[in-house]
Design a protein around this ligand. Sequence first.
Ligand SMILES: Nc1ncnc2c1ncn2[C@@H]1O[C@H](COP(=O)(O)OP(=O)(O)O)[C@@H](O)[C@H]1O
Ligand SMILES: [Mg+2]
Length: 331
Amino acid sequence: MALLEINELRTEFATRDGVLTAVNGVSLRVEAGEVLGLVGESGSGKSVTGFSIIGLIDPPGRIAGGSIRFDGEELIGAPEEKLRSIRGRRIAMIFQDPMMTLNPVLRVDTQMIEAIRAHEQVSEQTARARCCEVLERVGIASPEQRLHQYPHQFSGGMRQRVAIAIALLNRPALIIADEPTTALDVTVQGQILYEMQELVRESGAALIWITHDLAVVAGLANRVAVMYAGRVVEDGPVDMVLDAPAHPYTRGLLESVPANNPPGARLRQIAGMPPSLIGLGEGCAFFARCDRALESCRQPVPLTPLPGSTAPEHAPRLVRCLYPINEMVTP
Ligand SMILES: Nc1ncnc2c1ncn2[C@@H]1O[C@H](COP(=O)(O)OP(=O)(O)O)[C@@H](O)[C@H]1O
Ligand SMILES: [Mg+2]
């Protein structure tokens, strides 16, 4: 049994123009200790998938269908009390903006101790010791002094580290990190990526790393799932997907990564725009932008095992394409 098993998840928002299907039949599995990269352009439904898992979809949004099983338990429709006990303890989320986690008017120690005591009855002294230990683990020096400070006294990178520390406080089994380094400068990004990798390796937690940047998942993830227009279009071991993407969209994404292009060459961009998520049909959502598309692609296209793939059984290569690419990327 996988730690997290999502089947045909559907999350919608009521908008003035109609029902917007942000997550449109997403199925994903994450094993304990595994790092899954969830990749896709802005607006593809990555964050809404994360919020759905942790139970943070509020009206006008709603989970309209599917199943999210965490450690064998169904989360969709579970009582709020149950979700609250799981959130922050067994599943933690790190947001792009650390101030989604941090309260600007409270000292860091107040917030961290509260985060522990929301789930566990421990003495102030024990809680404080754990805060220091976790702050140190995320690369914050002199944690005793730092605990007395307010969020605004930390730099952007340090503030994100505090948010990561809070996520780690209760030793969660699953961490969902939603582009936590996107707003930081490149050096700090690299450091935090490296540290997160060490942290999940030490703790054995599973990690879903959400990013629009395929290059980021290359060194971090075991598996990658690529989202497009609210659907998973490709899923598999990270090296296999990056070396020989099967979905034309994944290949397009890879070709628009600067490092994959000869210096000085113009970056290739995927022509066209993603489709509207209001009233999107059942056919392939990439149809209008795809140079391989045929009439048959207007039919519903399921996510199926890639023919002839040598991927292991526990991490199969899946692709939502009738005419998948069958070749290596030529650098
Ligand atoms: N609260 C909301 N109300 C209406 N639409 C929303 C809301 N949140 C997200 N969406 C829409 O859902 C789609 C997916 O959003 P999101 O998951 O944030 O994308 P990503 O994280 O991949 O950039 C987008 O079209 C976005 O506009
Ligand atoms: Mg997002």
